[in-house]
Design a protein around this ligand. Structure first.
Ligand SMILES: [Zn+2]
Length: 216
């Protein structure tokens, strides 16, 4: 099982990938300063005292967190896939399931999180399995809605790898639903997107059966 890539958040952190693409997590100091300044105002407007001990560094922390949580829009997910594509005759379903997803709902800027299950049927090329969670991450680390996230992952794999079909299912909980108003603690939103052979009932049913199997 490919594990999800987690980039540690560190000042001035740089991660490079020997396999051909480079991901840079370098905080933009100017924008951190500007965002932090605005959050200081937000704290005041919320009736807080931004000079009290616990809050002194909060605006800067929030700015850095937001910059990290949205850095996916500076990544090129297609390039991530192209960096590890291999010619291969295999033409059976390839599934990477239970990929951790952490994203931000663009309506409330609150997290939604859960699992993504991605499958494709190769058509001459396969891709390094660890790249699939990276593509999910690149699209998730930005202001999103779950529906678009699902379709963007599908389209990226479909257009880059040109497989016989792609399937993406995402199951997620949205803090904007859970924490505000409608407190249905366990409600999970499920979205799905399919191309090619996954539009046939039999193939799609096989995929759903395989990703629904739990803990064995
Ligand atoms: Zn929301």
């Amino acid at each position: 099982m490919a594990k999800n890539q987690k980039t540690p958040v560190a000042d001035d952190a740089r991660e490079s990938d020997a396999e051909g693409y480079q991901k840079i997590d370098r905080y933009n100091a100017d924008s951190i300063k500007r965002i932090a300044g605005k959050y200081r105002e937000v704290l005041i407007d919320l009736g807080e005292d931004p000079t009290r001990e616990g809050l002194v560094k909060t605006p800067e922390r929030v700015a850095k967190a937001l910059q990290f949580l949205t850095h996916g829009k500076n990544l090129d997910p297609a390039a991530i896939l192209r960096s590890a594509m291999f010619k291969e005759e295999y033409q059976q379903m390839v599934i990477v399931k239970d990929i951790e997803v952490y994203s931000l709902c663009e309506h409330h800027m609150l997290p939604f999180f859960g699992k993504a299950h991605v499958a494709y049927i190769p058509n001459g090329h396969i891709v390094g399995l660890s790249k699939i969670p990276r593509v999910v991450d690149a699209f998730a680390r930005r202001l999103q809605v779950q529906e678009r996230l699902t379709v963007e992952i599908r389209n990226c794999i479909n257009e880059t790898l040109k497989p016989l079909g792609v399937a993406v299912v995402i199951e997620a909980q949205h803090l904007c639903m859970i924490m505000r108003g409608i407190q249905k603690q366990h409600s999970i939103a499920t979205t799905s997107a399919f191309t090619g052979e996954f539009q046939q009932d039999r193939t799609r049913a096989e995929f759903i059966r395989l990703v629904s199997k739990r803990g064995d």
